[in-house]
Design a binder for this molecule. Structure first.
Ligand SMILES: [Mg+2]
Length: 347
């Protein structure tokens, strides 16, 4: 019995152009649907939503798949022990280093396969309950009036994450609060603020009742986070600054929480480790996503019962989603299902 890896490139289009402070939207996002087939004909699926900021593209993912197939077969192929997940993930990482979204797709597919073999969903395999915090819905950067229109289109979502990091931030946030007086509002500057800008905005953010501030500063500027946190009554969260568990100890004391994404940490098991290490440092935990289909969201959602905040709206921002499965409802609720593995099917 040997493992075979098949793949398909998915071309995903968002309903609206989706811009953030450090990158403007490409017209089409290419993600990779990875399928690991075991010798008995069972298949596990994962999605690699490669992100240029972390050094990947769909093409770098595709280049690695033959290496991963060989590594998997060398490591666990002889007995095809699909439950040797730790060993399988190590073999994949040793084959080609970081490549986090490529490895995350492999990890998701291996867990999907293991769950299917055992007939249980992954979250249940981990002994978790299916209750998950309500997700935010993200409003990307656009003209302020356009952002208000997006906000109104998303009127059913109780939690909004607003992308900031432009000269219009003050006006945008005042407008958003005016049009959404009762909704929870989070903000994410995607590395684009200076300490001076952040401190100057702080009184307004507190007055508007902003729930949390995500990644205000450059990824390696941990001192800036510490300075803001000393002055801020609003929790400060690290996203780009926190890729893997190894980043967490140096962030402790400088931030209030971390945002975990499979596309940064490279595996479901690493994501679980991150939750535990964050807790040991008294940090809050969010699980987030890149723009991806329901297949990518389903993998991240397996960890969501362990966290405080979720931001898993990647698939609902798409024009069309190739998969069905664990989903984000228009009321912001995330629903895990009881299907084996990740619980995802092709639409
Ligand atoms: Mg973020």
């Amino acid at each position: 019995m040997a493992f075979r890896i098949r793949h398909e490139v998915l071309e995903l289009t968002t309903k609206h152009a989706f811009n953030i402070a450090r990158a403007s939207a490409p017209p089409v996002r290419r993600t990779v649907w990875v399928r690991i087939e075991d010798g008995a004909g069972a298949e596990g699926w994962g999605e690699a939503a490669a992100n240029a900021y972390y050094g990947e593209s769909a093409d770098t993912v595709l280049a690695l798949l033959p290496l991963y197939e060989k590594a998997l077969n060398d490591a666990i192929g002889a007995d095809a022990d699909v439950l040797a997940l730790e060993r399988a993930e190590s073999a994949v990482e040793l084959a080609a280093g970081r490549n986090p979204s490529a490895r995350a797709a492999m990890s998701a597919a291996l867990h999907d396969l293991a769950g299917k073999r055992l007939g249980v969903p992954v979250w249940r395999l981990w002994g978790l309950d299916s209750a998950v915090p309500v997700s935010s819905f993200t409003i990307g950067i656009a003209e302020p009036e356009v952002m208000v229109r997006r906000l109104e289109e998303a009127a059913s979502y109780p939690i909004i994450k607003v992308k900031v990091g432009t000269p219009e931030d003050r006006r945008v946030l005042e407008l958003i609060r005016k049009h959404a007086p009762d909704r929870t509002v989070r903000i994410d500057a995607n590395t684009n603020w200076s300490v001076k800008q952040a401190v100057a905005l702080l009184p307004l953010l507190e007055e508007l009742g902003i729930e949390l501030i995500e990644q205000p500063f450059k990824a390696d500027d941990i001192e800036a986070f510490r300075l803001l946190r000393e002055r801020s009554a609003i929790p400060v969260i690290a996203d780009e600054s926190c890729r893997t568990a190894a980043d967490i100890p140096r962030l402790a004391g400088a931030v209030d929480g971390i945002n975990i994404k499979l596309e940064k940490c490279g595996s479901l098991r690493e994501a679980v480790r991150m939750v535990h290490i964050a807790r040991a440092h008294h940090l809050k935990v969010m699980v987030g996503c890149m723009l991806c289909s329901t297949l990518g969201i389903a993998a991240a959602m397996q960890i969501a019962p362990l966290v405080d905040w979720t931001d898993l709206d990647g698939a609902v921002l798409l024009e069309s989603d190739p998969f069905t499965g664990p989903s984000l409802g228009t009321d912001g609720r995330l629903s895990l299902n009881s299907e084996p593995g990740l619980g995802v099917a092709r639409r």
